[in-house]
Design a binder for this molecule. Structure first.
Ligand code: SF4
Ligand code: SF4
Length: 252
C-alpha cells in the first residue's frame, strides 16, 4: 500500500494543471503509535493533536512534500519583496494538498481504509502561533528530513515547497528517521544564509521570533489580498537548502 499511496500522490501532482510547476513529491510514513507524536505536545504545543485525535483507530501517518521548481525559487529570491508567483504558488499548492488528501481519502475508502487530515495551513493558534497539527514535525517523524536554522524541514528535495499529511487506519511500516543532518550550519559548516535572507529580522542565529515573522506575513497578505489569505514570505527558504540537501545536490 505504501507504493500505491506514493504513486497516487506523484500522479496527482504530475497531472496538476495550474500556474505553478512542481518537482516530484516525496512521501514518508510513520506508525501512529510512534512515541514522537506524543512528544510533539512538548516540542510544539501542549494541545498538539495525536493521530488518534484526527482519526479514532489511526494506525499510520502519511506525510508528503510537494517541491517547487528551481525557477520559482530563483525568481522569488531575486525579488525585492515577495514575488507574485511565490504568493500564487502558496495559495495554489495549499489547494492542491487539500485535493490530494480528498481524492486519496476517497480512493482509500473504496479499499476499506479510513483517512483523516488537517488542512495544509491556518490550523494554528492565532495568538501563540503554535500549530494544532504541525505538518513539518509530522513529516520529520515520517522520515522526510531534518530541521534547519530557519526551523523548516529540509528534505532530500530541499525546503522550498509545501507539506501535507494524513492519518489512516491501515498498518504500514514507518520510514526510518533521517540519520544525516541536512542543515549546513548544523553540520558545523558556516552558512546562516537563511538568516541573511530574512527581510524582517525575525530569523536570527539564536532562533526565530515567530511574532515578528508573522507580522511580516500579515504585511505580505495585505499586498496580495486579491489572492485570498496570503500570509507567506519564505525568503529564508530560498538559500542553499531550497532545492536539495546542501552540499549534496540542488544548490542554487
Ligand atoms: S540556509 Fe543554511 S543555515 Fe539556513 S537552514 Fe539552510 S542550510 Fe541551514
Ligand atoms: S518567513 Fe520571511 S520573515 Fe519569516 S523567518 Fe522566513 S524570511 Fe524571515
Amino acid at each position: 500500500m505504501q507504493q500505491f499511496i506514493r504513486e497516487f500522490i506523484e500522479d496527482v501532482v504530475h497531472r496538476h494543471r495550474g500556474n505553478t510547476a512542481y518537482r516530484k513529491p516525496l512521501v514518508g510514513f510513520a506508525r501512529a503509535g510512534e512515541p514522537g507524536f506524543a512528544q510533539l505536545r512538548e516540542a510544539v504545543a501542549p494541545n498538539h493533536l495525536l493521530p488518534g485525535d484526527l482519526l479514532p483507530g489511526a494506525r499510520s501517518v502519511v506525510a508528503f512534500f510537494v517541491p517547487f521548481t528551481g525557477e520559482l525559487v530563483a525568481l522569488h529570491r531575486r525579488h525585492p519583496f515577495v514575488s507574485r508567483e511565490w504568493a500564487e504558488a502558496y495559495i495554489e499548492t495549499n489547494s492542491l494538498i487539500d485535493r490530494i488528501c480528498h481524492v486519496l481519502s476517497e480512493t482509500l475508502h473504496a479499499r476499506g481504509v479510513r483517512a483523516a487530515w488537517q488542512k495544509p495551513t491556518h490550523n494554528f493558534d492565532p495568538v501563540a502561533l503554535t500549530s494544532f497539527w504541525s505538518h513539518k514535525h509530522v513529516a520529520y517523524l515520517c522520515g522526510l528530513g531534518t530541521f534547519g536554522v530557519h526551523q523548516m524541514l529540509i528534505t532530500e528535495a530541499g525546503c522550498a515547497g509545501r507539506l501535507g499529511s494524513m492519518v489512516i487506519d491501515a498498518d504500514l511500516p514507518g520510514t526510518p528517521l533521517t540519520s544525516q543532518e541536512y542543515c549546513l550550519e548544523r553540520r558545523s559548516k558556516n552558512c546562516a544564509a537563511c538568516v541573511r535572507l530574512c527581510p524582517s529580522g525575525a530569523l536570527r542565529p539564536e532562533g526565530l521570533d515567530k511574532q515578528r515573522c508573522y507580522q511580516h506575513l500579515r504585511d505580505v497578505d495585505r499586498c496580495f489580498h486579491d489572492l485570498g489569505l496570503c500570509d507567506v514570505c519564505g525568503k529564508c527558504a530560498t538559500g542553499p537548502c531550497a532545492l536539495g540537501v546542501p552540499g549534496a545536490k540542488g544548490e542554487i
